[in-house]
Write a protein that binds this ligand. Structure first.
Ligand SMILES: C[S@@+](CC[C@H](N)C(=O)[O-])C[C@H]1O[C@@H](n2cnc3c(N)ncnc32)[C@H](O)[C@@H]1O
Length: 291
């Protein structure tokens, strides 16, 4: 984790980038779908990280919910009385609300900066977050907020956070592709290669000792670094297909099949044999102590 981050700049850039750039293209670029199989996969992934079944009933909050990748699936799974999608970007939340309607389920969208969660003490049964902690200026103080809002004994689950080693390896493998993507994107769309302000939007990576720091004050912590081939191929190469070549007949079907294939190779082989520091995605769960 990086110390001394300028919180005002990071918040401003995250809101701007997600409102003005990501909301429009995020679901297509990330290949987000809320079908029954994708919903089952998401629940299975969260339960693998938690090490047991998700709780049932009460309130689940998806922090940094974006366009609802997790929140809509939690709502579709009909496990909770209410599912809240919290995010700093109004336009991302509008997309999440639309996806919930299209998928026949309900979520409550709450526009907020996660530095302070607008929920009462001990009021939430589950907090989940996907690909979000690395955007926060001070993830450790955010985790104290998570602990405050969770009921005693209730869990939080975080997935999709970059590790330092994985981030470097994946960055090197992706860099030729990103250069080509930038040129192609500029030619096809006339937009700049990237609208990301490096270091102001993606702020942190997380080592195992960082997770220790984040979960201090919690109990029953489980940490599972995972993912190599899927992040390299998917967020580099297949994201290009989804963003810019979706019009090619069969392109999306091939992209989906390749992604499934990479995920299976990761699960069957690479997650087991590669050193944890090479794996790209830091996942962990923890519980508020019972007191
Ligand atoms: C990479 S997206 C992930 C979205 C979603 N969780 C997913 O898995 O697709 C990160 C999200 O975090 C949100 N975000 C960034 N900083 C935030 C903050 N300080 N408070 C609330 N949301 C924030 C962004 O607006 C964006 O929607």
């Amino acid at each position: 984790m990086r110390p001394n981050v300028d919180a005002a700049v990071v918040h401003r850039e995250n809101r701007r980038f997600h409102d003005e750039v990501e909301a429009e293209i995020y679901d297509q670029r990330m290949g987000i779908d809320h079908g029954a199989a994708a919903t089952r996969r998401m629940i299975a992934e969260l339960e693998e990280v938690l090490g047991e079944s998700l709780p049932r009933g009460g309130t689940a909050v998806d922090v940094g919910a974006g366009t609802g990748h997790v929140a809509v699936k939690l709502a579709r799974s009909i496990r909770f009385g209410s599912v809240i999608a919290a995010d700093i970007s109004r336009r991302m939340l509008e997309r999440a609300a639309q996806s919930a309607v299209v998928n026949g389920c309900g979520i409550e969208a709450v526009e907020t900066d996660m530095a302070q969660l607008p929920f009462g003490d001990a009021s939430v049964d589950l907090v989940v977050g996907c690909a979000v902690l690395h955007h926060l200026p001070d993830p450790a103080s955010f985790m104290r907020e998570v602990c405050r809002v969770l009921k005693p004994g209730a869990p939080c689950i975080f997935i999709g956070e970059p590790t330092p080693g994985g981030d470097r390896i994946v960055g090197v493998l992706q860099s030729p592709l990103f250069a080509a993507r930038g040129v192609y994107r500029r030619i096809i769309t006339g937009r700049p290669a990237s609208e990301r302000q490096a270091g102001q939007i993606d702020v942190h990576t997380f080592s195992l000792s960082d997770v220790d720091e984040l979960t201090s004050g919690f109990e029953r912590v489980r940490v599972l670094p995972q993912g190599f081939l899927e992040p390299v191929i998917d967020s580099g190469y297949l994201a290009l297909v989804r963003e810019l070549l979706a019009w090619l007949p069969g392109a999306m079907t091939i992209a989906r099949a390749l992604r499934r294939c990479c995920r299976r190779i990761d699960a069957a082989v690479l997650n087991r044999v590669l050193p944890p520091s090479w794996l790209m995605s830091m996942k962990f769960s923890a519980r508020r102590p019972l007191e």
